[in-house]
Design a protein around this ligand. Sequence first.
Ligand code: GLN
Length: 478
Amino acid sequence: MELLKKTATEQRKLLLNKEISAVELTEETYKQIEKLDEKIGAYNSLTKEQALETAKKVDEKIAKGEELPLMAGIPLALKDNMNMIGSKTTASSKILENFVSPYDATVTKKLKENLIPIIGKANLDEFAMGSSNENSAFKIVRNPHNLNKVPGGSSGGSAASVAAYEATVSLGSDTGGSIRLPASFCGINGFKPTYGRVSRYGLIAFASSLDQIGPFGRSVEDIANLYMTIAGWDEKDSTSLKIEVDDVTKTLKDDIKGLKIGVIKELLAEGVNEDVRKSIEVAIETYKKLGATIKEVSLPLLKYSIGIYYIVATAEASSNLARFDGVKYGYRTKDAQNLLEMYTKTRAEGFGDEVKRRIMLGTYALSSGYYDAYYKKAQQLRRLVKNDFDTVFADVDILISPTCPTTAFDIGSRNEDPLAMYLTDIATISANLIGAPALSTPCGYDSEKMPIGLQIIGKNLDEATILRAAYNLEQAIK
Ligand code: GLN
């Protein structure tokens, strides 16, 4: 167990010193899953044979004294909306329940090339739509810190697996906060890189102009290393950036003297839980002690970000999900009399309520009579939000806020009210609207011992600075 609690960096040392083998580490991880996952629900399926084969290759390399990629041998959970040849890739939807990937996502290919054992496919909200992981068609995920609380969503399985020591690191996807929110609720680090930094090829699309894959880990160094493993241009994703990736590991441990930090006023206003506020204030004081300068900044249009997001994201989702029609992939209804009935019954039976709600909203926003009033307006406002951020970023290097105004809430408590659920993402969504890199790092606990996360947002492509800022805080408060 002590072994599983270590960070990837620490586990790597043990591997290189031959104190443990990669096969042992992988097997220990499966033992923990066997013991715990019935309660947690982090995994949809396990890919044990493949993981052990990879671990064996790592051990052979170590035995031969060959150089080892940065994350080789480190057990990883892959969100179940990323393709991996021969494994079920379900997006936690009934419509894909028996879908087996015929190809690898680019991130999966990179994980394999880097000899990272993929332990299994992590549970999520159906098609990554949700903030609590209660929208999975198969089972909910429970928060390892308190089994009555949600782990956050939509990458709830990816976050819970790391927090419950059922994986050392994991990958999630973030469309409006789905990496940062569960990282915050589960007390770990989660990082959404700049839009286009990591290839989306092979990620089941939710909202293509917002989706981004990123790492979870117990330490900032772990997420920096995993980020370096997956980042980079990909000819298979036309929105991936053909710009060299800065080696963030080189500057990670530099100090932050003189760093200019903006505190987002609107995100510390009313409605923020008192324990959350206190922890953020402690983080601010810590940053001052570390030599950063702090300035309060205002983003007046931030209040529109949820409204903009739920038009843009649902519009894109309604279009992306049109491909699930019973013809090409996955589930097909048993008793249709004609083609149209086959489409409608397949979709009615295959999609869950939240997915249907989004398809209806998105179709409405894109329909010819309403396009200008909703979709076009939302895109225009999205630009204005970006302008707001640009103005603020002229004066500061990074922005900080709580990742969420509250800590993890009780399972079932926000299910009846979709709007209350949507508001959970007030702090995270704008980074997706503007494409900026953003992370959540642990910064304390509330009175119920539930973790609190600090969000750091950076300028586009400046992943290095937010990781360095997170690393410095982590070292100062641990
Ligand atoms: N919670 C948001 C939603 O439900 C964001 C989800 C995500 O980032 N995938 O759409």
